[in-house]
Design a protein around this ligand. Structure first.
Ligand code: PBG
Length: 340
């Protein structure tokens, strides 16, 4: 049988894809360096940087190398830096987190004195790097993470970080009431202008694997009694409602690419700016595949970051922040022009 001639489709979306100029004209989302936030690790007592083997290109910094790398990132135009401390000594209550001489607080003070208000200096507000058991809070007699006792520690930690000079605090421990507790502590001490970046939907994820190496984590077991179950989407909206009511200035979804659906929902519902965190495991997967020659690294990096923007993130925490900001500053090479 001879088929009749098909007259061809009426609608031709390909028209808008015919040339670089046409594609550029209709491009909905773009990236700019200021959309990107660089997470950084600083190690107490270190005299030289240590590479994180599962995150090629990422290091545990000394105070000096932290200041240099942060300054470079800021000169390239990143939107901010998020600091994580790796202390020399840990204990049950994470004393190093609230000690003004603790590594994270010293690093915050150093960056604030060198960078002032030229960027947004963010602090991870969580005990896990500082506790000998590795949990994000303090434990009760039965060894469970004690929500309300932990809030007391977060309040002290918030003050220490604000006093050290952090502009934006990121409570990442997923304790109930943590935003209200921290906000109240800040306000009572006259830190009304210190902002709070709520880790609103933070899942108990296997994608944090390499981060545990990056902070020399002591954790045995898991965080499933406080971080969210990866199977659940609806409760992210409940967490959003609570965090906003408690005074969150920004909210975050974490991890990133595996949770774009959650990001989309939160960005649709949130009255405050929304961020996403491309976590250590996401970084490690891109690096490992690229090292094997299986993907085009640079395009994959930008495509992944653009996906966050498309899904509704105003700001993206990524270990690629400084590098990518440098690409934009120097002018993207031709094979990356689709990301202009
Ligand atoms: C907790 C914290 C974690 C990450 C950021 N903050 C680890 C965890 O919850 O176990 C993970 C970040 C990453 O994987 O890149 N302080």
């Amino acid at each position: 049988m001879t088929l009749p001639t098909f007259p061809g489709p009426i609608d031709r979306p390909r028209r808008l894809r015919t040339s670089t100029a046409m594609r550029s004209l209709v491009r909905e989302h773009t990236l700019r360096p200021a959309d990107l936030v660089l997470p950084m690790f600083v190690r107490e007592g270190a005299t030289e940087n240590r590479p994180v083997s599962s995150m090629p290109g990422v290091e545990q910094h000394t105070l000096d190398s932290l200041a240099r790398a942060a300054t470079e990132a800021v000169e390239r135009g990143v939107g901010g830096v998020m600091l994580f401390g790796v202390p020399e000594h840990k204990d049950a209550v994470g004393s190093g987190a609230t000690d003004p001489e603790g590594i994270l607080n010293r690093a915050l003070a150093r960056l604030r004195s060198e960078l002032g208000d030229s960027t947004v200096i963010m602090a991870d507000l969580c005990l896990d790097e500082f506790t000998d058991h590795g949990h994000c809070g303090v434990l009760d007699d039965a060894g469970r993470v004690d929500n309300d006792a932990t809030l007391g520690r977060y309040r002290e930690m918030a003050l220490a970080q604000a006093e050290a000079g952090a502009h934006l605090l990121g409570p990442s421990g997923m304790m109930d009431g943590q935003i209200a507790a921290v906000r109240d502590a800040l306000d009572s001490a006259g830190h009304q202008d210190t902002a709070v970046y709520a880790y609103t939907a933070k899942y108990a994820s296997a994608f944090y694997g390499p981060f545990r190496e990056a902070v020399d984590s002591s954790l045995q077991g898991d965080r499933r009694t406080y971080q969210q179950d990866p199977a659940n989407g609806r409760e992210a909206l409940r967490e959003l409602e609570l965090d906003v009511a408690e005074g969150a200035d920004l909210v975050m979804v974490k991890p990133g690419l595996p949770y774009l659906d959650v990001l989309r929902e939160i960005s649709g519902a949130s009255p405050v700016p929304v961020g996403a965190y491309q976590v250590s495991g996401e970084y490690a997967m891109i690096e490992a595949a690229a090292a094997n020659g299986w993907i085009d690294r640079d395009r994959t990096v930008l495509e992944s970051l653009l996906a966050f923007r498309r899904a509704g993130a105003s700001t993206v925490l990524t270990y690629y922040a400084s590098e990518v900001a440098g690409w934009y500053r120097d002018g993207l090479p031709p094979h990356l022009h689709e990301f202009l």
